[in-house]
Design a protein. Structure first.
Length: 324
């Protein structure tokens, strides 16, 4: 019997030692694609029993050529880079790791909020440019008593809420799928989307990228936001129409924005670049040394589970398991 083969489409890790250790329990070999191109990925994935993937696009055409694959395990929370319909049709279960970086992303979201509120990046830039004067960064408003609106209330925003409350912010939530007991436990108020936009001084996005959420924040949403409010996005770049956001900033409807994700990464020609009131971090909210180790381990454990006939912890398309 040939050894099991696990392909890796692309990787952000310094090494794959943790994955190799986890997979060694079932005697599986690990092979990383030399480049994150379809041809290079298929060279290692077409004969593989499983595929681990980070950011690479796994299309229907690619899935059709992966005849032995039983699981596509994502190094991450979202799975918008994998064609779920094609995977399901092929009987390939797709998994994610929804709980590996909830501390890091919630910390990052709150840090971006604080940086916007206290105008820390622009203050720092002014001082380094030789300008030491308060009038260069006023006005700055008190956080206590202001409103933070969370769009989505999954694991990450459930950690954002108490951290924000510690600074005296009132937290409101828009999430049509959240359970009432979760809202009660976290002591936050559920509102509809229009009310959240109208009430919030800060809006923080935590929804997955779906057909319904693509460009959720565009001209219409920005026009309904509270004048002088701020937008924070640590979810997915395409949820925000960056051209509409630029116009909202130019028109003074929004006072600023802080983004860890962009519609195109890296953002080579974004209208948001070079603005004093826009903070952009390079999709690093998930990162810590600890979270990367946890991510690699948990994604690899999903592969081991499926290849040994067990149910994975976080299947995105559980109906594919019935076809296996």
């Amino acid at each position: 019997m040939s050894r099991l083969l696990v392909a890796v489409a692309d990787s952000v890790f310094p090494n794959l030692d943790v994955a190799r250790e986890v997979l060694s329990a079932i005697g599986a070999d690990l092979q990383l694609a030399p480049q994150a191109t379809p041809d290079a990925i298929l060279k290692v994935a077409s004969p593989a029993d499983a595929l681990l993937v980070t950011y690479a696009k796994i299309t229907a055409d690619m899935i059709g050529q992966m005849k032995r694959c039983r699981i596509i395990s994502r190094f991450g929370i979202g799975v918008d880079n994998v064609d779920l319909a094609a995977a399901t049709a092929a009987g390939i279960v797709v998994t994610k790791v929804p709980d590996y970086c909830i501390d890091e992303v919630s910390d990052h979201a709150v840090a971006l909020l604080l940086a916007l509120a206290r105008k820390i990046p622009s203050s720092n830039a002014q001082v380094h440019a030789g300008r030491w004067e308060m009038k260069a960064v006023v006005p700055i408003h008190r956080l206590r008593g202001r409103v933070l609106g969370l769009v989505g209330f999954g694991r990450i925003p459930q950690l954002v809420a108490p951290k924000a409350k510690a600074f005296g912010l009132r937290v409101i939530v828009y999430d049509p799928f959240v359970q009432a007991d979760v809202l009660a436990r976290e002591r936050v108020d559920q509102v509809d989307f229009e009310e959240l936009l109208a009430q919030s001084d800060y809006v923080s996005i935590h929804t997955p990228l779906l057909h319904e959420t693509r460009n959720l924040f565009s001209t219409d949403a920005f026009s309904r936001m509270k004048p002088g409010s701020y937008l924070i996005n640590t979810a997915r770049g395409p949820i925000v129409d960056e051209h509409a956001l630029a116009k909202a900033l130019d028109g003074g409807q929004l006072a600023g924005a802080a983004l860890d994700v962009m519609p195109q990464e890296p953002p080579t020609a974004s209208p948001l670049l070079g603005r004093e009131n826009v903070i952009i971090t390079p999709h690093t909210s998930f990162y810590s040394e600890e979270s990367l180790l946890e991510l690699q381990r948990k994604a690899s454990e999903e592969v081991v589970a499926v290849l040994t006939g067990k149910r994975p912890r976080n299947p995105v398309n559980p109906e594919a398991l019935k076809k296996a």
